[in-house]
Design a protein around this ligand. Structure first.
Ligand SMILES: Nc1ncnc2c1ncn2[C@@H]1O[C@H](COP(=O)(O)OP(=O)(O)OP(=O)(O)O)[C@@H](O)[C@H]1O
Length: 797
């Protein structure tokens, strides 16, 4: 019975069970009174002997909130027993926050309506007959310290800080771009005026030959800020400002003039798309990508045919520099390092040094192979470093790559720019509405579902949302858990996105009966990654992308209106990049950060975000589960979705949903769906990933404060699985009690599927998102060792 999900959810207090006397006949009030007198309980108020304080009486066996029409307390809301250490001050409207065994078991299909099972409650756990326990959702959660501000009246909408400037004030031609480009931007790309960073970048980069460090908010148009001057100056070889031909013909074999490096394949492809659109006004200029995960042979062939602008991941470019003889960097005038801090963070320092070194080593050719003078191009090699945030490692990258660089920001004056640098206010776009939810570990999962459910309750309120999760295993699990069962059962789909796109369950509403669910992480094959991202961008129905930090940088999907950080980012800079997937180019957007009560609450102040609003998981659950929850259909042929209709209050629905999810996991063992295994694996990787927050922020994300049992519940597990660093199966990390085998720890670290850590650079020299090899494992161990110093009791470094 351990795993059959038959739960006995009765609250009998701490006292030993006494034999029950059953009273029949007469009025229910008299029966109730007699029953209570027999138990020596004169009134409904009881006394908590342990605390010496009066407490609300726990509900007797088998009496519900009216589920069975046998409610002894009539309409009076029945409160649950409060136990020590439990969150204080919760008042759940509409009755008890717990769900009776009877209704839950009925809901999970294990008990017929009307039947009652017996058992005993131990602490805050529910016993099944054979002993294993399942912890209740709303009890024994750590108390939250944060006091939420009263919601203020609707304020004036904040003026977007990353929007294009007004057309009257600025235009691209006035900044020094040719009429041809300016016309193309306004007529074909619908860009009439530049953004601030474009306004400040285009003039110096089109006229001067200095290196530059571009820094501006997410979604402020940095890509075009560096691309436009490059295209302008290459075009100037063959056409003057008014578009008149200079008589010089430039074509794909005229030389490689610019190399753009970006940390992920997705970002490279995105930059390539922007550039392709731009080059439609100068089709004689040819660009291409060289990125990991694609055929090196065809990349070589494209390089041989000739290319003027190359977009690459550092690993793959180093590979081509070493092995592709036709790759001549003598004519290269620009090296752009997009998302510079991320490039360094991913461990590409050696590759970057090698690339910069090789490009500098080559003599600068003043004319190309055909003898065409390259005077319109910079007379020295220009390096442009680009990021929304600046970490210390960017400084190092600057030292490696920049010489006499100018620092260009979106600010109006140099003074403002200095202030930005000094104060490190590389903030989120002003119009982005930032908020956080304090959710304890146990109700985290249902809180997420409640948030999504209220998000999609109204048609058109949100079209696209992104959920950030710390590691690939956890992304896989949450995708499988939240997808429609009918879709996974009937999987005859052989397309690339067969396992990464599905209909969502649980979060649909009458207004949005179809919501598409997507998953993306670095352990997926490159064609799957590309197809999934394209499908997400093109999806017309409301859609949710569950992803790792692989999507946190540069990804530009303008229709994203909501970002949820279900697992907090590993650093504040990453947090800014994640939130920056919404509120782009002046659009509105919302970002919600999940934090747990306790040390994580300190992160709120650390963020120093203006107008950051907070709410409790109770509030989210109340809003989200105000209407019944649709459970997934068991098969495609089921006409109606089963709905949790028997549960009437949002909190009862939340508990019922949690039990349903736990039940699904247990039943998956029988059906062979591997959901339980996936949950266990996700849990392990999640714990490991939690230990990799940057050192300065580990005071908030303190692994010693994590309660493994409670965290397991957020993965639908009834107990914490073993295998975290090779230790025993049930552990609570507290006070450095943990010990585990080193060999297994190394193994665990080496197989961590966290996308934040490059794994594949020893062999394919790609972008670090692929199969683990020995060298990568060694580097990873070193990195893990470094980041794990504060978690030594966890011993997985
Ligand atoms: N002048 C402009 N007018 C209107 N839209 C623009 C303009 N410039 C860029 N955009 C749009 O703004 C969005 C964000 O641009 P981009 O991806 O270059 O931002 P970014 O600053 O590089 O962001 P991140 O730091 O997140 O990578 C894109 O959808 C782009 O098409």
């Amino acid at each position: 019975m351990a795993d059959d999900g038959m739960l006995l959810n009765f609250d009998l207090g701490e006292a030993a069970l006494k034999p029950q006397v059953k009273y029949t006949g007469g009025r229910w009030r008299d029966r109730s009174h007699a029953q209570r007198t027999a138990k020596g309980k004169p009134s409904l108020k009881s006394w908590d002997g342990a605390n010496g304080t009066p407490v609300d009486k726990a509900r007797p066996l088998g009496r519900g909130d009216g589920d069975d029409g046998n409610d002894i307390d009539g309409d009076r809301p029945v409160k649950r027993l409060r136990t020590s250490g439990e969150t204080q001050g919760r008042t759940h409207k509409g009755g008890s926050d717990r769900t009776d065994a009877k209704s839950l078991s009925y809901m999970t299909g294990k008990l017929p309506p009307g039947s009652i099972s017996s058992g005993s409650r131990q602490g805050n756990h529910q016993m099944t007959k054979s002993g294993p326990v399942t912890s209740r959702l709303f009890t024994s959660n750590p108390a939250q310290k944060t006091v939420f501000d009263e919601p203020t009246e609707d304020q004036e909408p904040t003026k977007p800080s990353n929007a294009p400037l007004s057309e009257e004030a600025e235009n691209f031609h006035a900044l020094g771009l040719s009429r041809r480009i300016a016309l193309h931007l306004s007529s074909k790309l619908e860009m009439k005026a530049p953004t601030s960073i474009q306004k400040n970048t285009i003039p110096p980069l089109t006229k001067d030959d200095s290196d530059a460090f571009l820094q501006a908010e997410t979604g402020s148009g940095k890509t075009l800020a560096y691309l436009l001057p490059i295209v302008q100056r290459i075009m100037a070889l063959s056409h003057d400002q008014d578009g008149t031909s200079t008589g010089t013909k430039i074509h794909r074999n005229s030389g490689l003039f610019a190399i753009i490096l970006a940390p992920t394949r997705e970002l490279c492809k995105q930059i390539a798309t922007v550039l392709e659109k731009l080059l439609r006004c100068a089709p004689w200029i040819v660009s291409t990508t060289v990125i990991g995960g694609e055929s090196k042979k065809s990349e070589k062939a494209r390089i041989r045919k000739g290319v003027n602008i190359l977009i690459a991941t550092p690993g793959r470019l180093t590979d081509h520099l070493d092995h592709t003889k036709v790759l001549d960097v003598g004519t290269v005038r620009w090296l752009v390092l997009d998302e510079g801090d991320r490039l360094m963070e991913m461990g590409f320092e050696e590759e970057l040094k090698s690339i910069v070194g090789q490009i500098r080593k080559e003599d600068l050719k003043k004319q190309n192979a055909e003898g065409v003078r390259l005077d319109a191009l910079p007379q020295r090699r220009v390096t442009v470093l680009c990021s929304a945030t600046m970490k210390m490692n960017v400084q190092k990258l600057g030292e490696i790559s920049l010489q006499d660089a100018v620092h260009i920001t979106a600010s109006k004056s140099d003074d403002d720019a200095d202030a930005e640098v000094n104060e490190s206010v590389f903030s989120a776009p002003a119009q982005l509405k930032q908020s956080y939810v304090i959710a304890a570990a146990k109700p985290r999962l249902v809180t997420l579902i409640a948030l999504l459910k209220s998000t999609f309750a109204r048609k058109g309120s949100v079209m696209k949302a992104i959920i950030f999760i710390s590691c690939a295993d956890s992304v896989n699990f949450h995708f499988e858990l939240l997808r429609s069962l009918a879709a996974s059962a009937a999987s005859e789909d052989t397309s690339k996105t067969a396992n990464t796109v599905a209909d969502a369950a649980y979060i649909t509403s009458p207004a949005n009966p179809k919501i598409s669910l997507f998953k993306l992480h670095g352990s997926l094959a490159q064609p799957v990654r590309t197809a999934t991202l394209t499908a997400f961008k093109e999806e017309k129905e409301p859609s949710v992308l569950i992803t790792t930090d692989i999507s946190s940088r540069g990804l530009d999907v303008p229709a994203v209106e909501l970002v949820i950080e279900y697992d907090p980012a590993f650093s504040v800079a990453d947090h800014l990049h994640r939130m920056g997937r919404t509120a782009r180019a002046g659009r509105a957007g919302k970002a919600v950060l999940f934090l747990q009560p306790g040390s994580e609450e300190g992160y709120i102040k650390h963020l120093q975000a203006p107008n950051l609003s907070g709410q409790s998981s109770d509030t989210v659950i109340e809003k989200g589960f105000i209407t019944p929850i649709s459970l997934p259909r068991a098969s495609a042929s089921d006409a109606e979705s089963p709905v949790l209709e028997s549960e009437k209050s949002p909190f009862k629905r939340a508990e019922a949903l949690q039990l349903h999810l736990e039940q699904r996991l247990l039943e998956s063992e029988k059906t062979g769906s591997k959901l339980l295994d996936s949950a266990r694996q996700a849990f392990r990787s999640h714990i490991r990933a939690y230990a990799t927050h940057v050192k300065d922020e580990r005071v908030f994300f303190d692994i010693t404060q994590l309660h493994l049992g409670h965290t397991a519940k957020s993965f639908g597990l009834r107990e914490a699985p073993g295998g975290i660093g090779g230790g025993p199966s049930r552990r609570v990390i507290k006070g450095g009690q943990q010990k585990s085998g080193t060999a297994q720890k190394r193994k665990a670290a080496a197989h961590d599927s966290d996308d934040d850590i490059p794994k594949n650079r020893g062999t394919d020299k790609g972008d670090g998102m692929g199969v683990t090899d020995e060298e990568a494992a060694k580097r990873m161990r070193m990195k893990m060792k470094a980041v794990m110093s504060a978690a030594s009791e966890f011993n997985i470094g």
